[in-house]
Design a protein around this ligand. Structure first.
Ligand code: NAD
Length: 376
């Protein structure tokens, strides 16, 4: 997708204000990075924004925190003081359309509960802003289609917050898939679980779309597709041909009223790779393993923000120092994609693919474990 020339962009946004003409395309610097890092506005100031993204945006070089979109104006004003951006860059969800007038903001990063991703991504796109959307991209693949269509129409780039694609141990998995040190990675397994004890949006189907599968099982789906994709290209639409799944019996049906408490599923790929995975909100697990004919690689912990460890049948591979922040790498990459006019390695299409897979997993579980085909 090529960025829209400014003239066309003006006419696309013709019904909007004249400020649309200055959509914040950055000035290019002469020594690598642009003179001005791209401006990011975080949409949703909950735990992930506070604990991970805002600190990461102090480390990024190609982008910086320049605004927020929040339901709580006082909180937004406090962020403006803390991070040194002007009060005019504090928006409410309902006033996102006004971002079109704000050349400080190039990228909106949507970090709200899953069900709200579509409206916030689409609002950002219609304001002419590039978008990063947190995982899962939406509650349904149909919603993903609408988000992709809006971003295409607005000629803005869309990427998903798949931070692990930029993490060195996960890059090593991709290298092994591509270079085949252990042969094609055919037997895959993994699990991710933590415990939820109270009623939060993550256990409400309307907001979360489902239970732990939507929230954290998606990491196993991501790693499985990465490992099974034999050319190591991490294609955005590479997917299993079918899945089978069984929901775990509920131990706390009062808490997990309309979402699964846990689920186990198998993935079957056309090239012969297969995997068994599980995820739960009632336990503690964080692992991934991929095995070929000549060796294996094991991750534990596999998916955390830091401290990822790997072992292989050939000993401990030499991996560079862990990054200070996976999220800083991820956001800098997206900012460079925007600046250089290239597609993100974790585009909206990949987010949609994962929703298609998750929907098939739920379909199989609802059918008592019957084989469900995946059609991306
Ligand atoms: P959170 O509950 O801590 O924050 C959610 C924010 O959305 C809050 O500021 C809340 O006020 C706001 N919000 C707006 N409308 C809301 C509504 N109707 N109901 C509830 N909250 C509403 O959640 P979080 O952990 O920051 O997760 C936010 C998103 O980020 C989710 O999509 C989640 O999957 C994703 N996430 C990704 C990672 C990762 O590693 N990539 C990690 C954590 C969360």
């Amino acid at each position: 997708m090529n960025p829209l020339p400014l003239a066309t962009r003006r006419s696309f946004l013709g019904g909007l204000t004249a400020g649309a003409a200055t959509l914040g395309w950055p000035a290019r610097g002469t020594a690598g990075e642009p003179e001005r890092p791209l401006g990011v506005a975080l949409c949703g100031l909950g735990n992930y924004s506070r604990g991970q993204l805002a600190p990461a945006l102090r480390l990024t070089r190609a982008c910086a925190l320049r605004g927020v979109i929040t339901g709580n104006r006082d909180k937004g004003l406090a962020w403006a003081r803390e991070f040194g951006f002007p009060e005019r860059n504090v928006y409410a969800y309902a006033t996102m359309a006004r971002l079109v007038d704000n050349p400080d903001i190039d990228i909106v990063y949507v970090v709200t509960p899953n069900a709200l991703h579509p409206e916030h991504v689409i609002a950002a796109a219609w304001a002419g802003k590039h978008v990063i959307c947190e995982k899962p991209m939406a509650n349904t693949a149909a919603d993903c289609n609408a988000m992709l269509a809006a971003c295409r129409a607005a000629r803005v780039r869309l990427s998903i917050g798949y931070r692990l694609h930029f993490e060195p141990h996960h890059r090593e998995l991709r290298r092994l898939a591509r270079e085949g040190d252990f042969g094609p990675l055919r037997r895959l397994s993994g699990g991710l679980a933590f415990t939820i004890n109270r009623r939060v949006w993550r256990v409400e189907k309307a907001l979360a779309g489902g239970g732990p599968l939507m929230d954290i099982g998606i990491y196993c789906v991501q790693a499985a597709c990465l490992a099974a994709d034999a050319d190591g290209a991490a294609h955005a639409t590479f997917a299993p041909v079918a899945v089978r799944a069984r929901e775990h019996p509920k131990r706390r049906a009062d808490l997990f009223r309309d979402v699964e408490e846990g689920i186990t599923w198998a993935m079957e790929f056309a090239n012969g790779a297969s995997g068994e995975f599980s995820t739960s909100y009632n336990g503690g697990e964080d692992r991934f393993r991929a095995e070929g004919e000549r060796g294996w690689i094991e991750f534990a912990p596999a998916f955390s923000y830091g401290g990822i460890q790997i072992r292989t049948s050939a000993g401990a591979p030499r991996i560079g120092a862990a990054p200070e922040s996976q999220q800083a790498l991820q956001m800098d990459d997206f900012a460079r994609c925007v600046r250089e006019g290239r597609e993100s390695p974790v585009p909206g299409e990949m987010g949609r693919r994962d929703l298609v897979i998750l929907e098939a997993i739920y379909r199989s579980a609802a059918a008592g474990g019957a084989r469900a085909e995946v059609k991306v």
